[in-house]
Design a protein around this ligand. Structure first.
Ligand SMILES: [Zn+2]
Length: 235
């Protein structure tokens, strides 16, 4: 049994690396995806702001056009009230309309100014977002390049480990023990073995009954931790 445990520990050593490399191979595309999401959200925020800025500028243009039309109307009224022979009643009516036009123009100018400052603010934010997107895109491209390289490295490493594992697994471990080990490896996150140290399983840190420790010392059978089921070994 001691030989089996030694062989299992050799296997565990390789499998630990395999699990680590596999976790890396899972993590890399996920992280890439997350970083891509950030860029997509940034681009969405930019598009929204571009739309708002465009709308605001269109409204400002409308107000400017309307104001310019009203100013023409004002000049025409002033001209007419000055040059034509108008009686007092007509003059009063002209003046009344001129005052109304002036008020409308003044209100429109206020509205226009407040829209201009709103548009300026939106465009300032837009520029900041565009700068951020440019920076983040550069970082992303660099990261993406690294991911490609790291993935290739990890895959090569994995192939190497799997070849090494095949050699180890074929050497002197009984099929039922190997099955048990393989199942535990999957269910215990890549750690199928645990050292027993001072009657405590080092896999789950729970103490085990003395009789199990005695059975382990006899080296006649595979002994599992009653709590985490890992195969126990001791030096
Ligand atoms: Zn345990």
């Amino acid at each position: 049994m001691q030989d089996t445990l030694i062989a299992l520990r050799g296997l565990q050593e390789i499998d630990r690396h395999i699990y680590r490399v596999q976790a890396e191979l899972e993590r890399l595309p996920k992280e890439l995806e997350q970083r891509k999401e950030v860029l997509v959200r940034l681009q969405e925020a930019i598009s929204e702001r571009e739309f708002s800025a465009k709308e605001l500028r269109a409204r400002i243009k409308e107000i400017e056009d309307a104001t310019s039309g009203l100013r023409q109307r004002q000049r025409k009224l002033e001209h007419e009230s000055n040059t034509q022979k108008v009686d007092a009643a007509l003059l009063a009516s002209f003046q009344h309309e001129i005052r109304q036009v002036k008020r409308t123009v003044s209100q429109a100018e206020d509205d226009g100014l407040s829209l201009v400052s709103e548009a300026d603010e939106v465009e300032k934010g837009l520029t900041e977002l565009q700068e951020r997107l440019a920076e983040e895109s550069t970082v992303f491209e660099e990261f993406q390049g690294n991911v490609v390289k790291e993935t290739a490295d990890a895959e090569a490493k994995l192939a190497e480990l799997i070849a090494k594992r095949e050699k180890e697994a074929s050497g002197g471990i009984e099929a039922p023990v190997l099955d048990l080990y393989t199942k535990l490896l999957a269910s215990r996150g890549g750690e199928a073995l645990a050292e027993l140290n001072d009657m405590v399983c080092q896999g789950c840190f729970v103490g085990i009954p003395r009789n199990l420790s005695v059975r382990l010392a006899r080296q006649l059978e595979v002994v599992q931790c009653p709590n985490c089921q890992r195969i126990l070994y001791s030096f």
